[in-house]
Design a protein around this ligand. Structure first.
Ligand code: SAM
Ligand code: SF4
Length: 331
């Protein structure tokens, strides 16, 4: 019964739910949200703490085994401690993607929820660049919170969105960091979303990143690490490094064939793909006292083979394909 709900027409089993807790954020990253910001909407349309918990529980009863909390910035969500506490009791792997600004405030709640691995966004090792990219100045606070996470024994993955002419000259600096510290650097290809002025030339491809690493360290010293099932990152390590680096290549090498992800937006819509624009309103169904299971099944059954039905992110295709900005989807 569970498998029926979560397996799509291509045989992909979906057991990984990413819940966006809020559309709000304490940063304004250029690649994630439009310069004018996101229109604030009445708070009644967003999932409240108890609704997040109840809907998450329904997903777990349908067979979800892993939940990632994201946003917007998940740690600015009112009620985050209760959400961490309640979801931490579920029989799932719980994880978090954050910009780390509020990590020091919530580190105990995060640890008590049983979270052991955290993804932190940091797009530059240079303060001025981070200010330009995120339109705010929290550089030192983020670095000290990353250190706090490491000191507390968390596995820390650093998400770096590479953009040509902005931070692509820091690839080696980030890899060097992974040589001296037990962290995982994850270079993410810049992806197109509403309002982020994407074009293909700005994306630094998987091949380019790997080429730069091989030029610097030599082919013999760049080792491929075997992928885990459903892993979207291709992992590498440099000889004798303490950490690793990886590449997430949604644009030049999508990993749709093994996709196991479902998304729940902060306003309670289920989205079967990052690029899908078919959304079903789980929150209204839940508020009407009905089961969300039929809608979940409907959404999974409608999932397209790849990229929300697009082929290759051509400008023409994107022009005809509406989607939200990343901050309102939940990355
Ligand atoms: N605020 C949290 C953070 O920044 O980690 C969580 C939400 S954020 C939307 C989740 C991830 O999406 C971040 O790692 C961010 O770098 C990534 N992201 C946002 N916009 C993107 C884009 N256009 N292309 C690639 N990755 C993007
Ligand atoms: Fe906020 Fe994360 Fe988007 Fe940056 S990437 S604006 S930190 S939600």
């Amino acid at each position: 019964m569970k498998e029926q709900h979560l397996t799509d027409t291509f045989g992909r089993a979906h057991d990984y739910l990413r819940i966006s807790l809020t559309e709000k954020c304490n940063l304004r990253c250029t690649y994630c949200m439009p310069a004018e910001g996101v229109q604030l909407r009445d708070k009644s349309i967003f999932m409240q703490t108890d609704e997040v918990v109840a809907i998450a529980k329904e997903f777990v009863s349908l067979g979800v085994k892993k939940i990632r909390l994201t946003g917007g910035e998940p740690l600015v969500k009112k009620g985050i401690e209760t959400i961490l506490d309640e979801l931490g009791k579920l029989p799932i792997e719980l994880s978090l993607t954050t910009n780390a600004i509020l990590v020091d405030k919530y580190i105990d709640a995060i640890q008590n929820a049983g979270i052991t691995s955290i993804n932190v966004s940091l797009d530059s090792l240079q303060q001025n660049r981070n200010i330009a990219i995120s339109r705010r100045d929290y550089h030192h606070r983020v670095l000290s919170n990353i250190q706090l996470l490491l000191n507390r024994g968390f596995t820390v993955k650093i998400n770096v969105v590479l953009m040509r002419g902005i931070n692509d000259d820091e690839i080696i600096d980030f890899i060097e960091w992974s040589r001296s510290e037990k962290i995982e650097i994850r270079f993410i290809e810049f992806m197109p979303f509403d309002g982020n002025n994407w074009n293909r030339e700005k994306t630094i491809s998987f091949d380019e990143i790997l080429h730069i690493a091989i030029l610097r360290y030599g082919e013999m010293n760049v080792h491929t690490i075997k992928n885990a099932k459903n892993d979207t990152t291709r992992h590498f390590s440099i000889t004798n490094a303490l950490g690793t680096f990886g590449i997430i290549s949604t644009v030049t090498n999508p990993f749709c064939d093994s996709c196991n992800r479902i998304r729940l937006t902060a306003d309670g819509k289920i989205k079967n793909c990052l690029f899908s624009n078919d959304e079903l309103d789980l929150l209204s169904t839940y508020r009407n006292g009905e089961s969300i299971a039929p809608l979940v099944a409907q959404s999974i059954q409608a999932k397209k083979k790849g990229l929300g039905g697009m082929k290759d992110f051509s400008q023409q295709e994107l022009a005809q394909h509406e989607n939200r900005s990343m901050i309102t989807i939940g990355g």
